[in-house]
Design a protein around this ligand. Structure first.
Ligand code: FEO
Length: 170
């Protein structure tokens, strides 16, 4: 039986992960409208990964006989002024998500809920990777600039990203 508080936080996190998926889909939508299909591809895959995160939490709760409640997903409200601002918003968002994962981890730690801590270990590592990939994108854009040639180059690179489902066994 999972602790009430830990269950509640995981339940809320399902919603946040679906929001993340929606947030990244909105960024893909922005790049799509700029005819940057490679950038859009990268963010559509990011959205798929966020949905996976939500589903892992959903399944973990069900596997532990906990009740799952699905809430409304908020509307992504960010308006992007230039091509680099979605990348900065991505880093900002991932730092926020890391803090949420850490809070759930802290609650599990407090309750000596080693099972949930072990489940969350994957997410702790994943957050490190997600922050790094956002920082890498910003750095590349900074180095290459946002002129036509560099955008073309970066767009081709991001267009090559492929979706890999998470390798986390529940
Ligand atoms: Fe589900 Fe991007 O963290």
């Amino acid at each position: 039986m999972l602790d009430k508080k830990v269950t509640e936080l995981l339940n809320q996190q399902i919603n946040k992960e679906f929001y993340s998926a929606y947030f990244y889909l909105d960024i893909a939508n922005y790049y799509e409208s700029m005819n940057l299909d490679g950038f859009a591809n990268w963010f559509k895959i990011q959205a798929q990964e966020e949905r996976d995160h939500a589903m892992l939490m959903y399944q973990y709760l069900h596997n532990n006989n906990a009740k799952v409640t699905l809430d409304a997903v908020s509307k992504p409200e960010k308006v992007f002024s230039d091509k680099v601002s979605p990348l900065k918003a991505t880093l900002e968002h991932e730092i926020f998500v890391t803090s949420l994962i850490n809070s759930i981890y802290s609650a599990a730690f407090e309750k000596k809920d080693f099972r949930t801590m072990q489940f969350l270990d994957w997410f702790v590592k994943e957050q490190g990777e997600e922050e790094k990939s956002a920082m890498d994108l910003i750095a590349k854009m900074r180095v290459l600039g946002d002129g036509a040639n560099s955008l073309y180059q970066l767009n081709s690179e991001l267009g090559a990203r492929t979706y890999n489902p998470p390798s986390l066994a529940l």
